[in-house]
Each structure stands twice: as C-alpha cells, then as structure tokens.
Design a protein around this ligand. Sequence first.
Ligand SMILES: C[S@@+](CC[C@H](N)C(=O)[O-])C[C@H]1O[C@@H](n2cnc3c(N)ncnc32)[C@H](O)[C@@H]1O
Length: 211
Amino acid sequence: MRLRKIKNAKEKLEEYNRIIKFEPLEMKGNWKQYFNNDNPIYLEIGMGKGKFITDNALKNPSINFVGCEISESIMLKAARNIDPLTIKNLLLINVNASSLNDIFDKNEISKIFLNFSDPWPKNKHAKRRLTSEDYLNIYRNILIDQGIIEVKTDNRNLFEYSLIKFNEFKFKYIELSLNLHQVENEDIITTEYEEKFKRLGNIIYYIKVEI
Ligand SMILES: C[S@@+](CC[C@H](N)C(=O)[O-])C[C@H]1O[C@@H](n2cnc3c(N)ncnc32)[C@H](O)[C@@H]1O
C-alpha cells in the first residue's frame, strides 16, 4: 500500500488503546474472554485502512473481528476511522502475520480474510506471499476444524499461486470466482483496494476454501 509514513506513528497509535490491542501475545487462548462472549472470531490479515473489517463488524454484531496490519502508519489511519463506542466487536493488532501463532491458540479463529495481499511477483520473494506454505501452516494451526479462508485479489499470478498452494494443502474448495464483480452484488463488502480496482475495471478473483 503506497502511503507516506506518518512521523511518530508508533507513539500516536497509543491514543487508540480502546481499539488497538498493544500486547497481543498476552491474548493467546483468551480472546473469547476478552470479547466477553462465545461468538466466532474472524481475522483479516493486511487489513490496510480498515474499511472492509469495519463494515463487516457493523453488519455482523454477533461475530468478533480482529484486524491485523504490519504497518504502523496504515494502522494509525485505520484506528482514526473507528469509533470504539459504536463498534464493540472489533480489535486491531499491529503485527506481522508471521507471528500469529504466538497470538492465537489452536482453534481460536473461525475465518481468515486475505484481501488484495501484496503479490510479491519475484520468485525469490515467494515465501513472503500470504498464501505461501509457512503462512498456510500458521492458518491451519489457529483455525478451527473446517475453518474458512477467503481470498480476493486482482493479481492473476497470486490467484493461481494461491490455488496451487491450497491444492497442495488439500483444502476443500467452497467457492471460486474468476470475476467477482461481473454481476453487481450489494452483499459483497468491499475493501479500499477493491473499490479502486473496480473503478479501473480490473477483474477481481475470489477463492473460498475450508481447511
Ligand atoms: C495491498 S494492501 C491491501 C489493503 C486492504 N486489504 C485492501 O484490500 O484495501 C496490503 C496490506 O497488507 C499489509 N501487509 C503486508 N504484509 C503483511 C504481513 N506480513 N502482516 C500483516 N500485514 C501485512 C500491508 O501493510 C498493506 O496494508
């Protein structure tokens, strides 16, 4: 995501302690207690400025949402857009997805969203793709049995790569689209990137698998 770095973003984030969980390692195994209910937890990885996860949380009050974002500056943008008094079923964590095994216990997450993840086109960077083996092993660990992963991307290579990896992991295909927005569907909650790509006329690919 192209965004100018915000000066002192880390310090500025501290103001948003009602929406950002600053010591997420302490939460491992305790997320349901934190939300104070038994509702399922959905996790978005690389949430960007947070439109998708905020809209989702507002639309689905009986699901808890956690938004993960590696960049402090982008996290700050997201936090500024969320009113913790109106949205009580959403928390943000400013971490690299590679550390999710230390933050969530086995079976704590019911669904993972990967929306317009960075494609890392060079083969030498394939391990950084959020659907590479190391990440899928993490997801399999934190997801419940029959947990779900949903992917949206406009990048054909990342789409094909993800299909290959999901096949290797023997995940079960639930839904697949080669043109998600071919037919207008108001039920689809979009992300910032998705809105931009739709305007540009890019095709959006979609995958939904069960582990
Ligand atoms: C291309 S943007 C897409 C943002 C948003 N999902 C959307 O669709 O509008 C990818 C986002 O993923 C974040 N990201 C990349 N690698 C990450 C990682 N390993 N862990 C957490 N976030 C990551 C980036 O900082 C960026 O905000």
